[in-house]
Write a protein that binds this ligand. Structure first.
Ligand code: URA
Length: 267
């Protein structure tokens, strides 16, 4: 039998992970990557058999309790009067635990004050790396969809998400994470004051309209009421990542885009 050293076994395992497409380490809880290396390294204990098989994610003792974080977010968001102050406030805000594991805050991209506001779910890997929403494959499809109705983020559209930090491993954001970000999302709506809001996918639809089931809800106009009491027309559409997986549904997405264009052209 060929003897394999621990180091060779570890390298073989890493190579296998990479071949399987696992090219980054993620856990279900965010980790504060920036603090790594700041503390002296703890002595490495030999792991027990149970510890070797059961990953343990300790809750962050420093984390702000959720209700406090939501209250803070509401207060801070309400005090922001412009797009720029809101963007700076979101970047400063430490109340969402997702921030600890993210490289960048992904606030928005496009033209502040546009009459079309698109709200998606959460940043993925490309967005986390660049700090801009919808820049990966789904974002490229979104840009093409917008171009089909004479819209673009460089001219007449603003694009954002209901979550500003990448969830570990692109998992679905929790209700608490969504609730913590929501005051900022609502304030962005009020400051932008758009004629139409397009909700890209089920997550922003659930976060802002409180409904589920994108297959039936897409293409049906609803209203988002913000804390100021103003109501904004909102249309749920399929998320472009879903359209990449199921291109046959682009037919329905095209109908939704045309409905948006018609609404934008109305007086
Ligand atoms: N998907 C989203 O919902 N938002 C992004 O920013 C990127 C992908």
């Amino acid at each position: 039998m060929v003897e394999v050293s621990e180091q060779q076994a570890a390298i073989a395992l890493l190579r296998w992970y990479a071949d399987m497409g696992i090219d980054e380490a993620v856990a279900t809880s965010p980790a504060d990557l920036k603090s790594w290396g700041a503390k002296p390294a703890a002595p490495i204990a030999k792991p027990s058999a149970a510890a070797a098989t059961t990953p343990v994610f300790e809750p962050d003792d420093d984390a702000v309790p959720a209700d406090e974080a939501i209250a803070q977010a509401k207060k801070i968001a309400a005090a922001c009067a412009t797009y720029e102050t809101l963007e700076a406030a979101v970047k400063e805000f430490d109340g969402c635990p997702l921030k600890a594991g993210a490289k960048n805050t992904v606030f928005a991209d496009g033209i502040p004050g546009s009459d079309l506001l698109i709200i998606g779910e959460a940043p993925g890997r490309d967005e986390d790396r660049t700090g801009k929403p919808f820049v990966g494959r789904a974002g490229q499809l979104l840009d093409k969809m917008l171009a089909a109705i004479d819209r673009s983020r460089t001219e007449n559209t603003l694009i954002s998400n209901v979550i500003y930090w990448r969830p570990p491993g692109n998992r679905t954001p929790s209700q608490i994470e969504t609730a913590i970000c929501r005051p900022f999302v609502e304030r962005l709506i009020e400051i932008t004051d758009p004629k139409v809001i397009m909700l890209a996918g089920g997550a922003p639809m659930q976060a802002l309209l409180g409904i589920t089931g994108i297959m039936r809800a897409r293409g049906v106009w609803r209203e988002i009421e913000t804390p100021s009491g103003k109501r904004y027309p909102a249309l749920p559409i399929f998320h472009p990542a879903f359209l990449l997986r199921q291109p046959a549904n682009k037919r329905l997405a095209w109908a939704d885009l045309q409905a948006v264009q018609t609404r934008l052209r109305e007086d």
